[in-house]
Design a protein around this ligand. Structure first.
Ligand SMILES: NC(=O)c1ccc[n+]([C@@H]2O[C@H](COP(=O)([O-])OP(=O)(O)OC[C@H]3O[C@@H](n4cnc5c(N)ncnc54)[C@H](OP(=O)(O)O)[C@@H]3O)[C@@H](O)[C@H]2O)c1
Length: 434
C-alpha cells in the first residue's frame, strides 16, 4: 500500500466540515479506489474553540493558513476559506511555491488569479484542482478539460447561481414579486443577508469566466463580462414569457463569434420545452455545445456542504491516484503560457431574438410609431401583441426575429425619446437551447 495522502484543510465552514466528515465516513472506500488513504492531518480556521460537529481530535490545529500551506506534514493544501485575495490567495500561492498540490472551491480567487496560480502550479509540476469552484457538485471542469478533448466548444451556458434560479422558479410558480421571493429565500437560508453578489450576477460571472477559459483556451477575463441581474424581472415578464412558450432563467453564456468571444450574464428567455428550462429551484445546470457532440447538459446540486465536498473529494482522489513523476495536465486545459489573450466580442454586436415589453400611453399613432422605430432599425417582428383594459395605458409585447443588440437598443431609445412610454421598457434576450 502506498503512503497516505496527507491533507491540510484551511476553512472549516459549510464545505470544510463536510469534507472532513465525508473523508471520515468514506475513508475505506476511497482507500480501495485510490490505493492509499486520504488523511486530514492539520486544519486551520479563524476560531479555534468552536464545536463544528466534526471530530478534529486527531488533527493538528494551525492558526495561520499560510503556515499550514507550507507545513512539511502535508502533501495537499485544501483551500476552503473563500475570498478573491487575502488569506486564500496568500495560502494557495505559498502552498504551490512550497511544492504542495492544491484543491480549492474558490471561484472568486480563480476568476481573479487563476492564470497566475496555474503558471506556478505547472512550473512546479503540481496539480491545482478546482472542480467545486463552478456549479458545486456538477463535474463540469473535468468534463470540459478531459472528457471533451478534441471537441471544439462553440458555446457554454448555464444556470450557475441557485439563489437566482430559486427566486425565478418561485416567481413563476406562485406569481409573486421579486422582492417577496427574495425575502423568503433569505428567511429559508437560500439567499445571503446582502444578496447583491448573487442577484446582480457577479457570482455567475465568476463561474462563467472559468468555464470560458476552459472552453475556449483563453485567459480568464471576468472584468469583460456583460452583466445584468434579475431584480428588474416582474411577474408580468414571467407571465408574458410563458404565454409565448418561454421561461426566464439567469444564464451565464460564453459563445464563440466571428469577432471574438461573448461573455454575458443576464436574464434570458429559453424555450419552455428545452431541457435547461426544466431546471428548477436551487439546482444548477451547464450546457456545452460542441462540434462533435451537439448540446450536452449536466445538471445537479450547485451548492451545499455535501455536494461541494463531493467535488473536493473527487479532486483529492485524482491527486491520490497520480503517480510520482507523472506529468499532470495543465490547469485550464492548455499550459498557462499558451492560453490566448481573451478577445472580447462587443455586446452591441450580439445577435439573437429579443422580447420587448413596453408600457405605452394609449394615443393615436402609438402603434405606428413603434413599428416605424423597429423598421428604421431593420428589426423584423415575429409577433406583436397589445394588452390592457385601462383606458390610458396599454402594454405592447414584441418578439423579434434574429437581430442585433445595437439595433434593439437604438429602436428602444428612439421609442423612449418619442415620449410614448409610461414606464421603463423591458428587454430580455432570447437564447437558443435544445
Ligand atoms: N457553501 C457552498 O455551498 C459552496 C459551494 C461551492 C463553492 N463554495 C466555495 O467554498 C469556499 C468555502 O465556502 P463556505 O461556504 O464553506 O464558507 P464559510 O462557511 O463561510 O467558511 C469559511 C471558513 O473559512 C475560515 N476562515 C476565514 N478567514 C480565515 C482565515 N484568515 N484563516 C483561516 N480560516 C479562515 C472560517 O473560519 P471560522 O469558521 O472560524 O469563522 C470558516 O471556517 C468559498 O470559496 C466558496 O465560494 C461554497
Amino acid at each position: 500500500m502506498a503512503a497516505a495522502l496527507r491533507i491540510g484543510v484551511a476553512g472549516l465552514g459549510t464545505v470544510g466540515t463536510s469534507v472532513i466528515s465525508m473523508l471520515a465516513a468514506k475513508g475505506s472506500e476511497l482507500e480501495r479506489q485510490c490505493g492509499r488513504p486520504i488523511i486530514p492531518v492539520a486544519v486551520s480556521a479563524r476560531t479555534r474553540n468552536r464545536d463544528r460537529g466534526v471530530d478534529l481530535s486527531n488533527v493538528e490545529w494551525v492558526s495561520d493558513p499560510v503556515e499550514l500551506a507550507c507545513s512539511e506534514d502535508i502533501d495537499v493544501f485544501v483551500e476552503l476559506i473563500g475570498g478573491e485575495d487575502g488569506p486564500a490567495l496568500a495560502a494557495v500561492k505559498a502552498a504551490l511555491e512550497a511544492g504542495k498540490h492544491v484543491v480549492t472551491a474558490n471561484k472568486a480567487l480563480l476568476s481573479k488569479h487563476g492564470v497566475e496560480l496555474a503558471a506556478i502550479a505547472e512550473k512546479n509540476g503540481l496539480l491545482l484542482n478546482y472542480e467545486a469552484a463552478v456549479a458545486g457538485g456538477i463535474p463540469v471542469i473535468k468534463t470540459l478539460r478531459e472528457a471533451l478533448a478534441g471537441n471544439q466548444v462553440n458555446r457554454v451556458f448555464g444556470i450557475l447561481n441557485g439563489t437566482c434560479n430559486y427566486i425565478l422558479t418561485r416567481m413563476e410558480a406562485e406569481g409573486i414579486s421579486f422582492q417577496d421571493c427574495l425575502a423568503d429565500a433569505q428567511r429559508l437560508g437560500y439567499a445571503e443577508a446582502d444578496p447583491t453578489f448573487d442577484i446582480e450576477g457577479h457570482d455567475t460571472a465568476h463561474k462563467l469566466s472559468i468555464l470560458t477559459s476552459l472552453a475556449f483556451g483563453c485567459e480568464i477575463s471576468a472584468d469583460d463580462i456583460y452583466m445584468e441581474g434579475i431584480s428588474n424581472i416582474t411577474p408580468a415578464d414571467i407571465k408574458a414569457a410563458a404565454n409565448l412558450g418561454y421561461r426566464i432563467k439567469l444564464l451565464g453564456v460564453a459563445q464563440r463569434t466571428d469577432t471574438g468571444i461573448e461573455q454575458r450574464v443576464h436574464p434570458t428567455m429559453v424555450p419552455t420545452a428545452s431541457v435547461i428550462a426544466q431546471v428548477h429551484g436551487v439546482t444548477n445546470a451547464v450546457a456545452i455545445e460542441t462540434d462533435m457532440l451537439g448540446e450536452l447538459l449536466l445538471s445537479g446540486p450547485g451548492a451545499g456542504g455535501d455536494a461541494t465536498a463531493s467535488a473536493v473529494i473527487g479532486d483529492l482522489a485524482d491527486i491520490a491516484k497520480s503517480r510520482p513523476g507523472f506529468q499532470h495536465g495543465p490547469v485550464f486545459g492548455r499550459p498557462a503560457s499558451e492560453l490566448a489573450p481573451y478577445k472580447r466580442a462587443r455586446m452591441r454586436s450580439h445577435e439573437g431574438g429579443y422580447f420587448i415589453r413596453l408600457t405605452v400611453h394609449d394615443r393615436i399613432g402609438v402603434f405606428a410609431s413603434i413599428a416605424n422605430r423597429m423598421a428604421e432599425n431593420e428589426i423584423s417582428l415575429e409577433s406583436i401583441v397589445q394588452h390592457g383594459d385601462a383606458a390610458e395605458i396599454k402594454t405592447v409585447i414584441m418578439v423579434t426575429h434574429e437581430t442585433t443588440e445595437q439595433a434593439v437598443r437604438s429602436a428602444v431609445d428612439g421609442i423612449t425619446g418619442d415620449g410614448l412610454l409610461a414606464d421603463k421598457p423591458q428587454v430580455i434576450r432570447i437564447e437558443r437551447a435544445a
